[in-house]
Design a protein around this ligand. Structure first.
Ligand SMILES: Cc1ncc(COP(=O)(O)O)c(C=O)c1O
Length: 354
């Protein structure tokens, strides 16, 4: 394959069937490896989509500047595509970002500002304040605004969903970790139209307010947000599974050791959600999206000391989450039950019969 730009290598990611982390009841979990994108995550698709649209409608001029708030992967994607297309990229992040992120984006020539003072809801709003300040200094800059830009979900509706339908036309369930809501909203829009019987499950981290639950801090990176994002189209989501840090980290580690899948923390959370769903629904075909590669977190979430410093290792021990058998038992009986969203026909039926 000869490409004119690294941007042409975004997409067409593979699916891998889980062989050891399974419910053993005829259900099948396929994991879509978005870490195979050139920047190592699902965010390459959103970055490419938002940049391309801004170029077309003149919001981003040749040689222009891109400014964005990011906890990691969107920044990597913007730095990569920005370098390939000749833009200056300025990123605003916070100390929770994976250590590898700063090295990656600076290697690609991006400028990084780290916001060190959280407010009562963490770093997301202070990061946006810094973005606004930078935009005043660079009035011609393009701000993708990943939380609200419709070109974020649009690429998943127009491209990622059709990749999935080509590979798994008889998909029963889609399980997606939620951050901005971009990939769950875009994928669900197309898949619900093409496969009306599909169930979509949003995996959130306990503490995230994406679906309106009360905010409290968490440790996993990539998923979770302190406020419901504009790009989360909750009417397209049937169920929400709040996954705890120990459940997500334990699954991430066992995906690596038992399956040879070195994936990020939100992938672990999504697969934990998939294992729970599978345990309740024999013979279902489930796709869980793995948003990024575990290479992003080497020296962190795969290290006992890093988990211990955050109080997670001890919780993993208490719940026996170090073996496949222990994890599967936890997935059958997770710490938080899946929530059925009120707009779904199933919820309406339950209300009628109550
Ligand atoms: C590792 C990881 N997981 C999950 C997500 C959530 O994806 P979305 O923003 O499309 O909801 C992101 C988004 O940045 C991510 O980087």
């Amino acid at each position: 394959m000869i490409c004119d730009s690294i941007a042409d290598t975004v997409g067409r990611t593979p699916l891998v069937r889980l062989r050891h982390l399974t419910a053993g009841n005829g259900s099948e979990i396929l994991v879509k490896l978005e870490g195979h994108n050139p920047g190592g995550s699902v965010k390459d698709r959103a970055a490419l989509s938002m940049i391309t649209r801004a170029e077309r409608d003149g919001r981003l001029k040749p040689g222009g500047t891109i400014i964005e708030s990011t906890s990691g992967n969107l920044g990597k994607a913007l730095a990569l595509i920005g370098a390939a297309r000749g833009y200056q990229v300025i990123l605003v992040t916070d100390p929770k970002a994976a250590g590898s992120f700063l090295n990656y984006v600076t290697a690609l020539g991006a400028e990084v500002h780290v916001v060190r003072k959280p407010d009562e809801l963490g770093y997301q709003l202070p990061r946006l304040v810094k973005v606004k300040e930078l935009l005043e200094k660079h009035p011609d800059a393009f701000w993708p605004d990943q939380y609200n830009n419709p070109d974020n979900p649009r690429i998943h509706a127009e491209q990622t969903a059709y990749e999935l339908l080509d590979e798994v036309p008889d998909l029963d369930v889609l399980i997606v970790a939620v951050g901005t809501g971009g990939h769950i909203s875009g994928l669900s829009a197309t898949l619900k139209r093409e496969l009306p019987r599909i169930t979509t499950v949003g995996v959130d981290v306990v503490g995230s307010a994406a679906f309106g639950f009360p905010y409290q801090p968490w440790e996993m990176r990539g998923l979770g947000i302190a406020f419901p994002p504009g790009n989360l189209h909750a009417h397209l989501v049937d169920k929400v599974h709040p996954v705890t840090d120990p459940e997500g980290f334990a699954t991430t580690r066992l995906l690596a050791r038992a399956e040879g899948l070195l994936l990020g923390e939100s992938s672990g959370a999504a697969v934990f959600g998939a294992l729970h769903y599978a345990s309740l629904h024999p013979n279902s075909r489930i796709v869980a999206v793995a948003p990024d590669t575990g290479v992003n977190y080497l020296g962190e979430s795969f290290e006992d000391d890093w988990l211990d410093e955050r109080g997670i290792l001890v919780q993993m021990k208490e719940r026996d989450l170090f073996t496949v058998e222990g994890l599967l038992a936890a997935a059958r009986d997770p710490e938080y039950a899946t929530v059925l969203l009120a707009h779904t026909p199933e919820a309406r039926e339950l209300r009628k019969s109550a």
